[in-house]
Design a protein around this ligand. Structure first.
Ligand code: ATP
Ligand code: SKM
Ligand code: MG
Length: 252
């Protein structure tokens, strides 16, 4: 009698493997359009870890959008709120934290991130890539002040040396899918011992090609449309406007 052929691996039990988990917080930094929010959300899913976005949290605390905060209270107030929000976000257990593009430029924010022992990932992209990506939605007040390409080029000169203080640099090229960048980040974290256990291949990462690309850029990735800012949280719940995180509010 011919022996039975070996069974193929069971895809169901393969997907039951637990995902890898970060052993400390992961903070994503980089210029506008680098992908901190959209890649960060997917990274959090892959690592089964809560995701938070500092721009979302500043908006929530202020009950205003980022452009409204810039317009009514000015950039310094926004920066102040951002600094306090990030200090608060660092207090929970390990999370994936997408920062606003200017957050890492703040000395106190960098010191707070260091003090909490989070690993800092610079998502780096070329100018053309950033220009194309930021063109997909408005709502970035710094870019509304002139030609976005020129503004981004100027920010690159000033900010790249500071982003380079990050622990890990991950490139995000034009044409790379979100999942490609997520995999690069996980590989880099794993190489440093900053993720533990699990099986990366079994992580519940969505594939852009699976149909989310169209909605992705115009809804799911754009935080205004997404009330659930933290994994497992159901919709926005805004604190009173005078909480310590409120831009222009009490020092936190
Ligand atoms: N690797 C990628 N592949 C495809 N699209 C991407 C990738 N990274 C980012 N994008 C797209 O670029 C746009 C900007 O990305 P995102 O909002 O995540 O940037 P950001 O770094 O959070 O910017 P900001 O600092 O303004 O918040 C989104 O439409 C997003 O889907
Ligand atoms: O790069 C920046 O300074 C900014 C980036 C955005 O994420 C927002 O935080 C805001 O538009 C400012
Ligand atoms: Mg963002």
């Amino acid at each position: 009698m011919t022996p039975e052929p070996a069974s193929p691996p069971d895809p169901v039990s393969a997907t039951r493997l637990p995902p890898p988990r970060p052993v400390r917080g992961v903070v994503l930094v980089g210029l506008m359009g680098a992908g901190k929010t959209s890649v960060g959300r997917r990274l959090a899913a892959a690592l089964a870890t809560p995701f938070v976005d500092s721009d979302d949290e500043v908006e929530r605390a202020a009950r205003m959008t980022v452009p409204e905060i810039f317009a009514t209270m000015g950039e310094p107030s926004f920066r102040d709120g951002e600094r306090r929000v990030i200090a608060r976000l660092l207090e929970g257990g390990p999370r994936i934290i997408a920062t606003g593009g200017g957050a890492w430029m703040n000395d106190e924010t960098r010191a707070a991130i260091r003090a909490r022992g989070a690993v800092v990932v610079w998502l780096r992209a070329e100018l053309d890539t950033l220009v194309e990506r930021v063109s997909r939605r408005a709502g970035r007040p710094l870019l509304a002040q002139g030609n976005p390409r020129e503004i981004l080029a100027g920010l690159m000169e000033v900010r790249h040396p500071v982003y380079a203080l990050a622990d890990v640099v991950v490139d995000s090229h034009a044409g790379d899918r979100h999942e490609t960048v997520v995999a690069r980040i996980i590989d880099a974290l794993a190489a440093r011992g900053d993720v533990a256990g699990g099986a990366v291949a079994a992580a519940p990462v969505r594939d852009d090609a699976a149909g989310d690309a169209a909605a992705d850029d115009h809804a799911a990735d754009e935080h205004a449309a997404d009330g659930a800012h933290e994994t497992g949280k159901a919709g926005p719940s805004r604190p009173a406007p005078d909480t310590p995180d409120t831009p222009g509010g009490a020092a936190g």
